[in-house]
Design a protein around this ligand. Structure first.
Ligand code: ADP
Ligand code: MG
Length: 678
């Protein structure tokens, strides 16, 4: 039986069951073996009837009596008595009328299930039964539980898997021998078998360690190989002009933070090397990433070449254009800045494009899509990407085809990813970290609120508004939902505008509004023609309104830590004390996440906690990773990440030939396709 044979090759798997398997993505024997258990139930410890205690138990006993009968409403109950020589215990199954027929007397069974009280009696309910003379798959061992679907349960999957153990044992080793040896890992085939049929808890742990290691190793190797590929391309040398950098810094109303200085220095070195820069600047909200990008741009502009500055939204693009204009004004570079967004009037857009083509506009600020399609790229040397961690090799190559060379790429992100994790998830990037806030920033005062304290909170808010400040309100939904009892932006807007804050100017902003409507509202808020801006997370990234001092998050328990922290970073930017109110939907006790947010203002710390509590998918977005999601390895396992990274680096530095490792090579190709954004 080959691995690529359909699952119907197995005994007991017909076309109907195969459809159910297909629902779980399992079509071939290989898919079946490749299915990762979601969890395990430990039935490996045998107990004697006389020693039974409530919980998961396994007995070795014979059936001395069994009977089935229907009770009310068509429910069927099978009851049996099992005896192991030390005593008798009652077994009960619900709606399994075949049980009475299938149980054999006088034979010894492994019986695994949960022992507990039911209607005043102690019973084992719905236990799995397997003859001691058979190979047990659902009793008497650590039992894997798989993802299931209606009509296909873990027991069936285990039974199917038990038929392909010989195939599992024949899997060739997938890692180089020196890795197995140096990192003390068990072999691949052995690990697979222990994943599905663990011999004991230790073998299971070791198997999972090995398979997790391999996952991370592959992911890091894939991105390191991409990194090497990028570095092997040529990119324009952008010379460092110290005098210009100094002049720019001297005109700033503040001094650079150490993190900014270090990052800028790394960038200047990157761009002088003649290889394409691929750097990620990570810094908490308000850590001054835009300035770092502006300083990178400086050297390119000075050469008469072009920079594309891509923002995730039009709103942000506008704000960046303004900020860059102001920052470059004192050194006379402001006229190089141009805006290219969908909301421009046709005439404005034509003028922008003409300016870009003529080389008058050299720092083009816009959204990703627009810049990629509309800019004349001949002179493009640097791409700055705000809030997108990954810019694929292929996107880069498209630009290269237009520009005739590989541009330098600088990515900015406010998602504080712990360094070890960033190296794993974004191994193809070099990472600079801005880990301190500019001096003189007061920490934002954060408070958890419940609906019954809303009146008192409103009084506090009015005081701030009366002092001339403004407030952001962020809601989890645009409109009321039939299924979720949450305050929507529309509802809060209505309530604030007509009741709670009717003497103030309240505005509404959300993702379903047209681009120019959104811009108008945002600009009115920036100009302080609006006091309270009720919105959804469209304002999440980057918008800078120094006069806003309050962030009110409605339904705060619905937001991720990292996201709520980002939102909080929208206030307290203008030298006023910032406040963040986390309004819960109900008056229950606040979650650990909300309390963490109240207590800590350290984005990196919160990110690590979020990672532990919710896993990487929730934080960094499923869409972004997809195939990069790890199935076994825990990204919070720093030791594992470090070891796998070291192994990947050694693989490259030792000049290993990937082609010699067939399976590894296939996995790498698949991962690279994702990283490359094919
Ligand atoms: P983010 O990292 O969130 O993108 P920004 O680049 O928007 O942060 O910067 C936030 C604010 O901090 C801006 O108003 C910027 O002018 C200011 N800023 C940047 N660097 C410094 C610094 N070293 N000292 C004081 N303020 C700074
Ligand atoms: Mg920013």
């Amino acid at each position: 039986m080959g691995l690529d044979e359909p699952i119907t090759y197995l005994k007991g798997v017909g076309p109907e069951l195969a459809k159910k398997y297909a629902k779980l993505g399992i079509r071939t024997i290989r898919d079946l073996i490749d299915t990762i258990p979601r969890r395990y139930d430990d039935y490996s410890q045998h107990t004697m009837v006389k020693d039974l205690e409530p919980g998961a138990v396994t007995l070795k006993a014979s059936i001395i009596s069994v009977k089935g009968h229907y009770v009310r409403r068509g429910m069927h109950i099978t009851e049996a008595i099992a005896d192991d020589g030390t005593g008798e215990v009652r077994l009960v199954w619900f709606n399994q009328s075949y049980r009475a027929q299938s149980l054999k007397r006088e034979q010894e069974y492994f019986i695994s299930g949960t022992f507990g009280r039911q209607r005043q009696r102690f019973v084992i309910s719905n236990p799995n039964m397997e003859l001691v003379s058979d190979f047990p798959v659902s009793t008497a061992r650590i039992i894997p539980v798989y993802r299931e679907t209606k009509g296909l349960n873990s027991k069936q999957i285990r039974t199917a898997l038990s038929q392909v153990i010989p195939q599992m044992r024949q899997f060739p080793e997938t890692l180089p021998g020196w890795i197995i040896k140096d990192y003390k890992l068990p072999g691949y085939a052995e690990s697979l078998e222990n994943l599905h049929f663990p011999a004991d808890a230790d073998s299971l742990a070791t198997a999972r360690k090995r398979l997790g290691f391999e996952e991370v190793f592959q992911m890091i190797l894939a991105s390191l190989l991409i990194k090497a590929e990028i570095k092997s391309e040529q990119a324009p040398v952008v010379p460092f002009d110290e005098e210009l950098a100094k002049r720019f810094v001297n005109h700033l109303p503040f001094s650079l933070t150490d993190g900014q200085r270090a990052s800028v220095w790394q960038i200047y070195q990157d761009m002088e090397r003649g290889e394409p820069m691929n750097r990620l600047v990570e810094g908490d909200v308000g850590s001054g990433k835009t300035l770092v990008a502006a300083m990178a741009a400086l050297m390119v502009l000075r050469q008469g070449h072009q920079v594309a500055f891509m923002a995730p939204t039009e709103l942000l693009a506008r704000q960046h254009a303004e900020g860059l204009y102001k920052a470059l004004e004192p050194i006379g570079f402001e006229s190089y800045v141009g805006l290219l967004v969908g909301g421009l009037k046709p005439e404005q857009k034509r003028r922008a494009q003409a300016g870009i083509a003529a080389g008058d506009i050299r720092l083009v600020v816009g959204t990703h899509a627009l810049i990629q399609e509309a800019v004349d790229m001949r002179n493009l040397e640097l791409i700055v990407i705000d809030e997108q961690h990954r810019f694929g090799v292929n996107q880069r190559k498209t630009l290269m085809a237009k520009a005739g060379h590989m541009p330098h790429v600088l990515s900015l992100t406010a998602t504080p990813i712990p360094r070890s994790l960033a190296l794993t998830l974004y191994g193809e990037l070099d990472v600079s970290i801005l880990d301190e806030k500019p001096a003189g920033r007061q920490p934002i005062i954060t408070r958890i609120c419940s609906p019954n304290s809303r009146e008192a909170l409103n009084t506090d808010i009015r005081q701030e508004l009366d002092a001339g400040r403004q407030m952001f309100v962020v809601c989890p939904l645009i409109s009321d939902s039939a299924t979720l009892d949450l305050n929507s932006a529309e509802k809060i807007y209505e309530q604030f505008n007509t009741q709670d804050f009717k003497q103030y100017r309240v505005g509404l902003l959300h993702g379903k509004m047209k681009a120019d409507e959104k811009n108008t509202i945002m600009q009115r808020f920036v100009a302080h023609e609006i006091d309270i801006l009720v919105s959804t997370t469209v304002i999440e990234v980057g918008v800078d309104v120094p006069n806003a001092s309050i962030m009110l998050i409605e339904g705060a328990e619905r937001f991720g830590l990292a996201q709520a922290h980002q939102l909080r970073g929208r206030v307290g930017r203008g030298g006023y004390q910032g406040y963040c109110y986390l309004m819960m939907s109900d008056s229950k006790a606040p979650s650990q996440r909300l309390r963490a947010l109240e207590q800590s203002s350290d984005g990196f710390k919160l990110a690590e906690l979020d990672l532990e509590l919710r896993g990487p998918g929730a934080i960094y977005g499923q869409a972004q990773h997809g195939a990069l999601d790890l199935r076994i390895a825990q990204l919070s396992d720093g030791k594992l990440l470090a070891a796998a990274r070291q192994a990947a680096e050694r693989f490259i530095s030792q000049g290993e030939d990937l082609v010699q490792y067939t399976v590894l090579n296939q996995h790498i190709a698949r991962l690279q396709a994702v990283i490359n954004l094919n």
